[in-house]
Design a protein around this ligand. Structure first.
Ligand SMILES: [Fe+2]
Ligand SMILES: [Fe+2]
Length: 498
């Protein structure tokens, strides 16, 4: 298999548009940005050297009984063939290189999966030959849109598997690069679609739009077929052999998790690139319909928090549960209802903490860090909790120079508190992370909201000078709730010596 190195990309010769400059969709700058985003975020890991963790018997049984391995390996093999076939058709050198990298990564996914299957003794059906498609662009679009659907759900399911312990932590870490790459692929693909439709003769555009519609219809048809296939003996095997933990996933919670993971994962890239919209919109529609149904059925539970749980491998409820009715059914003040709120706390949640009181090595990037929560002992009381991180540090995404900030995070907890050791490790994970001040500050605020769903949150990022300019970033989820004591953050405006 061809080895990819970041230095392979240097001769492409087209620099990305400077940060902050506007980029028009379909422009040459857009093409450079979408291609370079994929190329420059390449992770040169090698599947052959992955040391597959030894699994405990119950975890091994769960992994081997999943009915997905044949489909997963073949999907990656097919994707590789299709994407590489399209790469041959692309004449622009930079775009071609990016499509080639996409194809290479699909092949590498297949490699990772094949190694996993072998390491855990999973028997696969013989693989079919991966034919070069006759209509390469059509095949590329089928793969691209198909990944938009699959990745959206994979993001949520992967996070659910991670939180529940369904996948052991070491396996989660091994798979993280694959999931991250799928996020890069769909970002690349939807931007390619946006660029492509603006770079073809006017008379061709209606045909292209028809092609897009035809691909979606084809995918829906294909998925209905797939669903039929899975509802057979294989699925029964999956459920009986331990899939039951994940089979209990509440659909509303899962959609919420998919949406938030989708935002989190794709939020990490240049804001001037477009994001996949269709699948998240459909998911939001489904979510809205579920909410409507729960209202109609007169459920006293908060919308979206229905019965059902996501359970850990040991059977404990992890999140999204309304087991504690005293909390879930309690009438809530008006300001609480303005924000979507989390499931009621599971009082055993402390036993799910993975970092507090244990040795934790820390994380090398924020996405890998696990921000944890504990039940709020005063869920009925409106109060403010403040975290101050006076020595926060990250890197400039362009120059790699260190940046420093004082962060002040104020939040009014609802059902959950942020566990402070996990916050410390999460903030520390930014140390070698390249992102703009605005991005770091707002992303941290949003991640806390995602995990703890507080009544209200604000974060102030007071950054030390870069290029002689200190930058302050302020983000809050809404107006300060009535009656909340929220003192000023008390950080002085930047002053130099004296
Ligand atoms: Fe893939
Ligand atoms: Fe992919």
């Amino acid at each position: 298999m061809k080895r990819w190195n970041p230095s392979d990309f240097d001769d492409a010769g087209e620099a990305p548009p400077p940060p902050g400059s506007p980029v028009k969709l379909g422009s040459a700058a857009h093409k450079v940005l979408l291609s370079r985003t994929l190329l420059d975020t390449f992770d040169p890991y090698r599947p052959a050297v992955i040391d597959w963790p030894k699994l405990k018997p119950d975890a091994l049984a769960r992994i081997t009984s999943l009915p997905i391995w044949d489909i997963a390996v073949q999907t990656e093999g097919k994707a590789r063939a299709r994407v590489l076939a399209y790469a041959e058709r692309v004449s622009d050198p930079l775009l071609k290189r990016a499509v080639e990298l996409n194809g290479f990564e699909e092949g590498r996914h297949k490699h990772v999966l094949s190694n996993l299957v072998e390491a855990y003794g999973i028997r696969l059906k013989p693989e079919p030959a991966y034919k070069t498609p006759r209509n390469a662009e059509w095949a590329f679009m089928v793969t691209g849109f198909s990944e938009c659907i699959d990745s959206f759900f994979a993001f949520g399911l992967f996070e659910a598997a991670k939180r529940t312990g369904y996948f052991p932590q070491e396996l989660v870490e091994t798979f993280e690069p694959v999931i991250r790459e799928e996020g890069r692929h769909i970002l690349f693909f939807v931007n390619w679609v946006a660029w492509r439709r603006r770079n073809m003769a006017l008379w061709r555009r209606p045909l292209f739009e028809l092609k897009v519609i035809a691909v979606w219809l084809f995918l829906v048809y294909e998925r209905l077929g797939l669903a039929k296939d899975v509802g057979t003996a294989e699925e029964a095997n999956f459920t009986v052999n331990g899939g039951a933990d994940l089979a209990d996933v509440n659909i509303a919670e899962l959609i919420d998790l998919c949406l938030s993971e989708n935002d989190r994962r794709l939020g990490a890239y240049d804001a001037r690139l477009v994001r996949p919209k269709f699948v998240p919109r459909m998911a939001r529609l489904a979510r809205w319909m579920l909410r409507l149904r729960s209202h109609k059925s007169g459920s006293s539970r908060p919308p979206g928090v229905a019965t059902g749980t996501i359970k850990s491998a040991h059977g404990e409820a992890i999140f999204g549960v309304a087991e504690d009715r005293r909390v879930a059914d309690r009438p809530r003040p008006r300001y609480v209802q303005r924000m979507s709120h989390p499931p009621a706390p599971d009082r055993d949640a402390l036993s799910d903490l993975t970092q507090l009181g244990r040795q934790s090595p820390g994380f090398d990037r924020p996405e890998a860090a696990r921000l944890e929560r504990v039940p709020n002992p005063h869920p009925d009381t409106l109060y403010l909790a403040r975290f101050t991180a006076p020595e926060f540090t990250s890197l400039c995404p362009v120059t790699g120079q260190p940046d420093f900030a004082q962060l002040v995070i104020d939040y009014a907890p609802q059902d959950w508190l942020i566990e402070s050791k996990s916050l410390k490790l999460y903030l520390g994970a930014f140390r070698n992370h390249g992102a703009f001040h605005e991005d770091c500050t707002v992303a941290i605020g949003k991640r806390i909201v995602e995990i703890a769903a507080p009544r209200w949150l604000r974060i102030g990022g007071y950054w030390y000078p870069r290029g002689g300019i200190p930058i302050d970033i302020f983000y809050q989820t809404g107006p300060v709730p009535d009656g909340l004591w929220a003192p000023d953050q008390g950080v002085m405006p930047y002053r130099g010596r004296g």
